[in-house]
Every structure is written in C-alpha cells, then in structure tokens.
Design a protein around this ligand. Structure first.
Ligand SMILES: [Zn+2]
Length: 232
C-alpha cells in the first residue's frame, strides 16, 4: 500500500512538474509563493519613450527579481512570462490559483504625471475604495475591500514602500485611479508596482541601467522578505 506521504507529497510534486515544467520551479515547504507578472509583452509594448520599451523593462526587472530571490530562503518566484509574449488576465489569474500563490506583484513602468514626476507608485485591490470609503467609482474592486487579501496587500505595499524608498525615492507623487483588472480578479494579496516614470529622462536612465535595475530588484525582494516574515 502506498503511504499517505506518496499522495500528499510525491504526487502533487509530479503534478506540478507536468503543469509547470519550465522556469517555474517547485516551492519548498513553507515558502512564500510570489507570482511576478512583468506586464505587457508581444504586440503589447506598454509605454514607449525613445528607445525605452516598457515590456522589455518589466521582463528584465522580473527576471532580476527571480535571480535575487534565489539568494534568500523562503521565497519562491513564479513568473507569468519569461520571454516576449502577451499573457491574458485570465491566464494570470489561473496561474496564480494553480500554483497556490501567496501573493501577486504586477510590474509596470509609469508614464503619467508629466516629465517631472519620478519614483514609483503602487496600487492594490480595493485601493480606491479604501482611500475613499464613500467613493464608488471602483465597483469592480468593491468586493475585495472586505477581503483579508486587502489587509495583506496593504501590508505588502507598506513593506515594499520602505524597501524601495532607499534606492528610488519618489517625488512629484500622485495617485492614479488606474483600472487594474488583474488585481480585481485575484483572490490573493496583490499589488501593481509602477516603477519609475518612463517619460522622465532621469528615471529613464535609472530604468535602463542594469545595475540600477538589479538594485531595484534586490529591494523589491527585501520588501517581499519583510512581508513574508509577517505572514508566514
Ligand atoms: Zn504598463
């Protein structure tokens, strides 16, 4: 007779190997499973400013986050994409469910606020409703507000903010009421990180510098670590 161990441990591991054979890895027990979503890809370039293409930046940063996360214990990164292709919101949501993600981080580069804005912005599910309890413009996010995910998302964004502030302080900060359909459909804590302002020449320099990208990735991993320490 096969042991319970076989069915609870070995079988699921093989099942995961079949579903996620490339680049996704298997989470060690007790790891925080983080889906990193380098937004855009394929025909969807995202923000383009001079030679800067947002889809390329997001992917490069995402891969560096995965690399940096390998240096620390307890974080397992699952990428929504590792090459230049577009992934639908439905596929991202399904992936997060399939890998039993603990949280989801979408990567973008910002284009808003004019060329003087610098730094980063963050959005999380229920963001607008939480900021303004009387507001009803974000009906798609309403149901998320009562969810525990919101509290965890807020917590994660706070750690992320502290970690990022050291390498990429923000100025000219504004809050944008951007539609974030992927977050609305997730039932795990999530946030959208808009790193830097592609239309700001100084930020663009940071965004295209590989060393600065790595520093950003390392601080994002630090934010995840802090969050993991509080929730795992
Ligand atoms: Zn974007």
């Amino acid at each position: 007779m096969r042991s319970r161990f076989f069915f609870t441990r070995i079988v699921p591991v093989f099942a995961l190997l079949i579903f996620f054979p490339v680049g996704m890895g298997i989470a060690a027990p007790g790891s925080l499973i983080v889906v990193i979503d380098p937004a855009h890809g394929g025909n969807d370039t995202g923000v383009v400013s001079d030679s800067f293409k947002e889809k390329e930046f997001n992917l490069s940063l995402g891969l560096l986050i995965r690399e940096e996360a390998r240096k620390v214990k307890g974080i397992q990164i699952v990428m929504t994409r590792t090459d230049d292709k577009s992934i639908s919101t439905g596929e991202k949501v399904k992936l997060a469910a399939n890998v039993r993600a603990d949280c989801f981080i979408g990567l973008h580069a910002n284009a808003g606020f004019g060329s003087k804005a610098t730094g980063y912005e963050m959005y999380y599910p229920g963001f607008n409703s939480a900021e303004n309890a009387a507001g009803d413009s974000r009906t798609i996010l309403k149901d998320m507000v009562k969810n525990k995910s919101l509290n965890d998302s807020v917590l994660m964004s706070q750690y992320m903010q502290t970690a990022l502030e050291n390498v990429f302080p923000r100025k000219g900060r504004g809050l944008r009421d951007a539609p974030v359909p992927v977050l609305a459909k997730l039932n795990v804590p999530g946030l959208i990180l808009e790193v830097g302002f592609a239309v700001n020449p100084d930020d663009r320099k940071v965004l295209t510098d590989k060393n600065r990208q790595r520093a950003l990735a390392a601080s994002i991993v630090r934010g995840i670590e802090e969050y993991a320490g509080k929730t795992k």
